[in-house]
Each structure stands twice: as structure tokens, then as C-alpha cells.
Design a protein around this ligand. Sequence first.
Ligand code: ADP
Length: 474
Amino acid sequence: MQQEDGRYLFDDALEMIITFDDAGKISYLNNSARKKLEYGDDLLGRSIGVIFPNTFETSGERLAWEEPGEDQIKNLVAYRKNTTCFPVEVRIVQNNSLSNEYICMANDILEREFLSREVERIRDEAQQAMKVKSEFVANITHELRTPVNGILGNVRELLERELEEGTEKSLRLIERCCDDMNKIINNILDFSKLEAGKFNLEARKFHFRDMMDYVKQTHMNRMTEKGLDFFMTVSPNIPEYIIGDELRIVQILNNLLSNAQKFTSWGKITVEVFRTAMVNDRMELFFLVSDTGIGIDKADKDKLFQSFSQVDASISRKYGGTGLGLNICKQLVELMGGRIEVESEKNKGSNFSFSIWVGICEGDEAVLQQPDDSRHSPGMISQSSENGEGPDDIRIYGTEENQKSLKKNLSKLILCVEMENWEKAESFMETIRQLTEEAPQDVKRIVLRLKMAVQKENYEKTATEFEKLDSFLN
Ligand code: ADP
């Protein structure tokens, strides 16, 4: 047990360690044993019976004691040099490399009990502090909300009057600032509720496409102001009504779309929603929010969903924000049984995707069994693709026509990718997605990954996912 530097392996172990031979003669004691038993080297060569007088007795050359089994733990009483004693939990094992040596490992029971009480006390204190913090945050956000809403109410009242152009502009600015302030206050409140585990989701029936339309309308003005194209696609096999927490789904989408819009100065922003799984009366929805903005460095991606995290200080100075949004999204998505992920590269845009589980309403079985021929159903928000047109059976996965069409579109896709014509590749990709809408789960997942790789114009990823899909279909 002696190391190269002359020290012993057990020197700094927390438990007391003492070694002795079969005559009971002590050959080693570590620092913990020295401290607790108040002995020094003077204990070396003496009998183990000095420390445990009631257990070990020396009769002549041999130690008289009941040799315990390997894993047997015994409660004994250890005696200090000054003859005071304390209870210990002891395990004695034979040294594998020295057959006549025993290793005694002892823990001070009172000290251990004290430590576990300390741990409990610290845990209670931390919980109490957390509770106080949550209450403080709830109070302070409430106190902030009241004056902000007061300003907002008065500004809106003023805005209803006939105003000079300059005054109206200033008031609109104040209105926007108040809205932003309210968003921050709400984020802080949500975050503190989520942190304290006091967040309850609602499960109510609502019109899914109306909700998506509402989200679209909310962001349309700002997108247009910035000159960005904005598209939304909802897969036709999602029924009109679903059961879930509409407010919170909107909150997640709003957050992702506000970020997309904030970090994109040209190009387009798209939202796509797919149905990716169905189990009994529940289904999984997959949302994909893509932008052509500043993107995120690989090294920073992991930090994104942590609370108060912004990619770097210059970004927060330029674009503002608290860094709470994505963390709240992550927690909400997880409460809805899903996951949130990001695919991004610096200067190459970002794809945020998340999945959630929602309830299916009774009476929607027909829609759920319908293939994707309801693409033009009323109320659908759709970004149509020329290549997706065609007879219905082409889009019924597995039919001969479907497989032929899939192969044709896949070879066109890879050709576009090879020629770096990403825009065209995207339109073939959309067709492939529609052709595989009814495909089994694993195919659909590969298609989604392929689509993300194409949108990101990532050659390697596209090639890998293409290979997977191609070999799957063959
Ligand atoms: P905030 O609430 O301040 O917007 P978020 O948690 O929503 O914070 O976002 C954290 C950081 O993630 C942002 O400050 C930004 O650096 C980065 N980020 C989020 N979305 C995007 C995006 N679409 N493009 C580029 N960077 C993004």
C-alpha cells in the first residue's frame, strides 16, 4: 500500500484506517485515525486491542477475536489515547497482498449522524431560500406590472385621439417599450414558477389552425417591416381541433419567431408543423422554425437552453433580451412530453425544432386516418410547392406510383445538391416530405433530418441523410 513517494494510499482517506497482523500488532494508521484516536507513531507496534479492548484480546502470540466476513459491518466502541471512547462502524478485511495483515476501516457514527443532519439542514435552508426567492420574484413582477400597465393604458387612450405625427410616433414607441417590458416581466414570472415546480399546464380543446393563423398574424407586420419572407405550413393530417395548452404553445412559437426575426436581417423565416406519431388518443406534433439569420456558433449551441444565457455580450448589447426565453421554451416543451433542439451554424441561419404531445378530440378519427390529400382543405395555411402536385395515389406512401415518384424526386434532389442549387433542392425536398407523409415513423424522421440539412445547405449532412433514406427505400 506504500506509494512511490513513500506515502501510503490511505493517508488522506476520510475514514480511519488501521492495519494489524494476525498477532494484533498495529503496523499503520492513517491521518484520520491519528487525529480521532489522538495517537501518533506511538501506537505502531502496539495491539489493536488497545483501541477496541472489548473485541480483541491477545493470548500469547495470536490475536483472539471473531474474524468477521468480508462485508460484515460491526458496531464497536473505539478508545482514544486519553481513554475516552466513541461508537464506530467497523469493517475488517484481510489484505490481499499480505496474507497475515488485516485492514480495519472505521467510521465515527456520531460524526456521520451529525453530517447527515447538517446535509438535511442545508437542504431545508436552500428550499426555504428558494421559496423566499420565488415569492420575492412573484411580488416584484407584480409590482412592476402595475405601473407598466398603467402607462400602457394611458398611452393607448392618448393614441385614440387626433395627434400630431411626431407625438403619435413617440407614443407608439412608448407602447412598444411597455409591451417589451411586459414580455420581460412575464418571462421572469414564468421562469420563477417553473423553477419552483409550480407551473401547471392546461388541457383544453382548441382550433389548431386558428392558433397558427393567430401566431402568423402576430409576427407578419414585423417581418414585413424588415422585408423578410414569412411562410407557414401545417400538415393536412393534423386535425382541426386538438387538446393542449394553447397559450403555452403560442408562447413557445412566439419566442422562437421573435428570436428568428430579431436575428435575421434578410431572407426568409418558415414555420412547419408535422404530425410525427400517434398513440391511443394522443399524437406527437413536430414544429420546425427556420431562419436565414446570423446563426449560432457550434460551441455556443449547448449554452442556448440554459437560463440567462445569451451567446455573447455583444449580442445582448445589440439585440437586447434576458436570455430566459429559450430556457422557458425548453421547460415548457419538456412539460408537454417533448424535446427542443437547434441545428445551426454561424452565418448560415438556424433551425429550431420541438416536439410536443397533444390530445386528440373524439370524432376526429376520419381526419386522422386521412392521407395528406386534404392539403387544400379550408383554413390551412400552406406554402404550396409546384412539385407536390399530382394524382392522389402518388402521395399514398408505399404504392408503386409513390415509390417511383419518390425515387425520381430523390435523384433530382441529390443532383441539385451536387450542383449546390439549394433553392431547387428545397422544393424537391418539400415534395419528398409530402410523398413520405404517411410513411412509418423512422422514415419520416430521416426525411425531417434530410430536410433540415437541405435547409441549412449542409452538404455532408444532406449526403449522409440521403444515403440513409435511399438505402431504407431500397
Ligand atoms: P432572450 O429571451 O434574451 O431572447 P433566448 O433564450 O430566447 O433569450 O435566446 C438566447 C440567445 O440565443 C440569444 O441571445 C441569441 O444569442 C441566441 N439565439 C436564439 N435564437 C436565435 C436565432 N434564431 N438565431 C441566432 N441566435 C439565436
